[in-house]
Ligand binder design. Sequence first.
Ligand code: ARG
Ligand code: ZN
Length: 434
Amino acid sequence: MKVLLLLGFVAVALAEVARFDGEKVIRIRPKTEEHVTIIKEIADSVEVVVSSEVDIHVSAAHADIVSTLLLQSELEHEVLVEDLQASVEDQLDNQEISPRSYNYMKYNSWDKVEAWISSMAASNPSLMTTEVIGQTFEGRSMTVMKIGKQSSSTKPAIFLDCGIHAREWISPAFCQWFVKEAMETYGSDAQMTSLLDQMDVIVLPVFNIDGYVYTWTNNRMWRKTRSRRSGSSCIGADPNRNFDAGWCTTGASSNPCSDTYCGAKAESEVEVKAVADYIRKHLSTIKAYLTVHSYSQLLLFPYSYTYQLAEHHSELVGAPAARCSPSHFHTFTHITPPCYLLWQHQALAEGASKALRSLYGTQYTSGPGAVTIYPAAGGSDDWAYDLGVKYSYTFELRDTGRYGFLLPESQIKPTCEETMLAVKYIAAHVQKNL
Ligand code: ARG
Ligand code: ZN
């Protein structure tokens, strides 16, 4: 009897974990407005515009009808993932490499990351302090790691966050890697030493902790927070649609069941409010805001909530007119120059992408969010920028869709190594222009 009950419990527990048997990921390239309409009918809440690409998830039950529809309407498409469940299971290497010390080459659960934050702070007292900046909806502590040489005066800082979206596991892996590298190379690497002597880097290793936990326990493809509200049975809002930057005006949904739900109001999500409060409070010291997502291999900068170019700030760089002609930005033909600040952002993003590419040849595309990926309001990058943080960048790490969110652990190291080069490139520029 006891055994039966136990088995029954296990079966129930397993049944709660979302499975993706036979689910496909299909990449579609719409060429006409009609194509866009068809895609919107197939998949609600996708952001799609003509001559962009969109990856949609199709359940096993709908696979045949969708592929017929795509063929009939002559929509260019390719199947990226044949069976998502198989990919989910393949993602974690099954052998433990070094079980004793912390493993930066594996995806780590929140329990491990949380313990790691404490132990890193404990073992690097002269280079690191931690501060709890808030609690998540489910009551987990959001801790930032402030790294840099101790100083009696307040130092200028770079804010770096990872894991805004729960399923983008490579992102928190990068923040952990960054902290490790900083601790290991301070004192030996000239640039890291100079950076941490002069500035602080404030790292939030996992922004959306509740969502991240949920991707480990229940649904690997979860994106949003885990907040609940009366009046809807759907859970969570998209934290990167919840910032107060053109909030919910474009590329976001007001439907609580959508994956891009903008929330009940700007900063309705406690995690967003905590980060926004922290940045507002330290605005005079925060010189750059970097946020890490996946996937697509992009380096984006404002704006995403409008096609408008980022407004000029007081300190302008003299941009050579030739580099500002629309032809240089072949994709931005609908934008009229002059583009002083755009040029500065573009030049920095291109330099960072080039540094990244130098290691393994990984190609990145850079540009303002709205034209490069899609218009989407309420993002942290636009919000920080409009608040006055001039250097505001969103990374979309590897890959371009072969594995997507399920990037194999064997790619953590190369991805983090190359991304370090881009982050250090931006940091050097920020430091030089303090
Ligand atoms: N993939 C990211 C997202 O959808 C891109 C963010 C770009 N920035 C923005 N403000 N939309 O959230
Ligand atoms: Zn994301």
